[in-house]
Design a binder for this molecule. Structure first.
Ligand code: LLP
Length: 439
C-alpha cells in the first residue's frame, strides 16, 4: 500500500486512521502521538512476502528491517506474517528475543558490533551474522571457538553502486563505513581470510546500497555485480555462495512529489536478473533475501501534534509550533526530509497556507518542515504528519529532556498502546546522585 488510502475523513471533518478518529486518539492518549495502522503494516509485509514467493519461489525470504520501527509488537507481527528480521544492534536483537521471534530467522548486521553483541548473537542462535570486516571476522571466530560453535556467515559487501539518494543514506559506494569493497580487492581478501578461520564458513553475500531509492535499475545492477563476485569466489577460492541478500531501500511516497514504483516490482526485477545471471554463469540459484524497512512501516504511521504558538513574522516567515519536534522526528534536521502536513481536526480547510512547522526544542534547526502547505492553523488545532511510521519513533531521543511519545496501534476502529508515553520519572531513571556531592 504505497498511497495514503488507509486514511479517511469523517462527517465531522476529522482525519480517521484505522477506523479511529484522530481527535479522539489525541484526547485519550495525549500528544505528540505516533499512530500506526496495523492493517497497513500487515498488508505491506504480505505484499513483499507474496511477491518473493511468486517471483522467486520458496528459495527466498523477506526480512523486515526492524531499525525502521522496532518494538516487541511489530516483531510479533513480522513473525505472524512470515517474515524474517534484520537487526543491527544488541538492543534490536534483545527486542526480537523478548517478542519470541524465532532466532533462526534473524539476521544480525552492523559495522562495529561489540564483543558482547557478538556473544549475544552466538548464544541466542541468530540465523546469520553478517560480518562487516576482517577484524570482526577474527573476533567472531575467537568467540565461536570459546563457545564451541561452528557458524555460517555472510559478508557485507560494498558493490560500488551509486543509488541516487541522499548522501547520508547512501551505503553502496567505496566511501562508506559499511562493509568491504569489491573494487579494491578488500571483499576478495575477506573471503580468502574466512578460509583460515576454523569456526567460520562463508556462505552468504550481503549488500545494501542505500535508502529511499526510486529506481529499479540500481538493484538490478547490484544483483549482477554480487553474482559476478559469487562466481569469482567459486572459481578462485572454491567458496560456494548459497545466499544472496540484496538489502532494502525502496522509496516511499512522503509527499505528492514522490512517485514510488509498486513495492513488488523490486523483487520482480531482481528475481529476473538473478535467474538470468545464474543461468548464464552456471551458478546455483542462491537463496535470496531482501530487507525492506521504511516501505513497510512508514506509510502505516502518522504523528499527531497539538499546535501551540503561531508566529507570523511579516514579510519573513510564518512559524507554526507544535508540541513535538526533532526529538520525535529528527529527519528534517538530518536530511531536510519532506512530509505532508494536515489539520486533522479541520480537514475541510484548504491547504493553502505556506508555513514552517517548528518543534519545541531549544534549537533553531528544530523544524519538521519548511515552507509547507497546510490549512491555516490556530493554537489548539491537531496537526497530523503523514508517513512517519519509519525512522521516527526509532530515531527519537530525549533532547532537552523531552519525553518520547506513546505509540498506538489501530485497526478496525480499535486502538491499543504498544509503547507507553515516557514520563519525567523515565527521564531521570538512570540519573544518580552521588552521596559525596558537595562544593
Ligand atoms: N538493510 C540494511 C543493511 C540497512 O542498513 C537498511 C537501512 C535496511 C535494510 C532498510 O532500508 P529501508 O528499506 O528502510 O530503506 N534513517 C534514515 C534511513 C537509514 C537507513 C539505514 N539502513 C532515514 O530516516 O531516512
Amino acid at each position: 500500500m504505497t498511497a495514503n488510502t488507509h486514511l479517511q475523513i469523517n462527517d465531522e471533518n476529522h482525519l480517521v486512521i484505522g477506523g479511529c478518529d484522530t481527535t479522539a486518539l489525541a484526547a485519550e492518549y495525549g500528544t505528540p502521538l505516533y499512530v500506526m495502522d496495523e492493517q497497513v503494516i500487515r498488508e505491506n509485509m504480505r505484499l513483499y512476502r507474496d511477491a518473493m514467493m511468486r517471483q522467486y519461489g520458496s528459495r527466498g525470504l523477506v526480512l523486515y528491517a526492524s531499525k525502521a520501527f522496532c518494538t516487541t509488537a511489530v516483531c510479533r507481527i513480522a513473525h505472524q506474517e512470515g517474515l524474517g528480521l534484520d537487526v543491527v544492534s544488541g538492543g534490536e536483537l534483545y527486542t526480537a528475543l523478548q517478542a519470541g521471534f524465532p532466532m533462526e530467522k534473524v539476521y544480525f548486521h552492523g559495522n562495529n558490533k561489540s564483543p558482547e553483541e557478538l556473544t549475544l548473537a552466538l548464544l541466542s542462535g541468530v540465523g546469520r551474522i553478517v560480518v562487516d570486516n576482517v577484524q570482526e571476522l577474527a573476533l567472531l571466530d575467537k568467540r565461536a571457538a570459546e563457545l564451541g560453535k561452528n557458524i555460517c556467515i555472510s559478508v557485507r559487501v560494498k558493490p560500488g553502486v551509486d543509488a541516487h539518494t541522499h548522501d547520508f543514506i547512501q551505503t553502496g559506494k567505496i566511501d562508506s563505513k559499511f562493509g568491504v569493497a569489491l573494487e579494491n580487492g578488500e571483499a576478495f581478501a575477506f573471503a580468502a581470510k574466512t578460509l583460515e578461520m576454523p569456526h567460520i564458513t562463508l556462505t552468504g553475500l550481503h549488500c545494501h546500497i542505500g535508502s529511499q531509492i526510486f529506481d529499479l535499475e540500481p538493484f538490478e545492477v547490484t544483483a549482477g555485480i554480487m553474482l559476478g563476485f559469487a562466481a569469482e569466489l567459486k572459481e578462485k577460492l572454491g567458496i560456494i555462495i548459497h545466499e544472496l541478500n540484496l538489502g532494502g531501500g525502496f522509496g516511499i511516497k512522503y509527499t505528492e512529489e514522490d512517485d514510488p514504483v509498486e513495492y513488488d516490482q523490486y523483487i520482480a526485477a531482481v528475481s529476473v536478473t538473478v535467474n538470468r545471471i545464474c543461468r548464464e554463469k552456471g551458478l546455483e540459484r542462491p537463496f535470496m533475501l531482501m530487507e525492506p524497512g521504511r516501505s513497510i512501516a512508514a506509510p502505516a504511521g502518522i504523528t499527531l501534534y497539538r499546535v501551540g504558538t503561531v508566529k507570523d513574522i511579516a514579510n519573513v516567515r510564518k512559524y507554526v509550533a507544535v508540541d513535538g519536534g526533532m526529538h520525535d522526528n529528527p529527519r528534517y534536521a538530518l536530511y531536510e526530509s519532506k512530509y505532508t502536513f494536515l489539520l486533522a481536526n479541520r480537514m475541510d480547510v484548504p491547504r493553502t497556507d505556506c508555513v514552517t512547522v517548528a518543534g519545541k526544542c531549544c534549537e533553531s534547526g528544530d523544524l519538521l518542515g519548511k515552507d509547507v502547505l497546510m490549512g491555516e492553523a490556530k493554537p489548539g488545532d491537531l496537526m497530523a504528519v503523514l508517513a512517519t511510521g519509519a525512522y521516527n519513533y526509532s530515531m527519537s531521543m530525549n533532547y532537552n529532556r523531552n519525553t518520547r511519545p506513546a505509540v498506538v496501534l489501530v485497526r478496525d476502529g480499535k486502538h491499543r498502546m504498544i509503547v507507553r508515553r515516557e514520563t519525567y520519572q523515565d527521564i531521570i531513571r538512570n540519573d544518580l546522585m552521588p552521596d559525596d556531592l558537595h562544593p
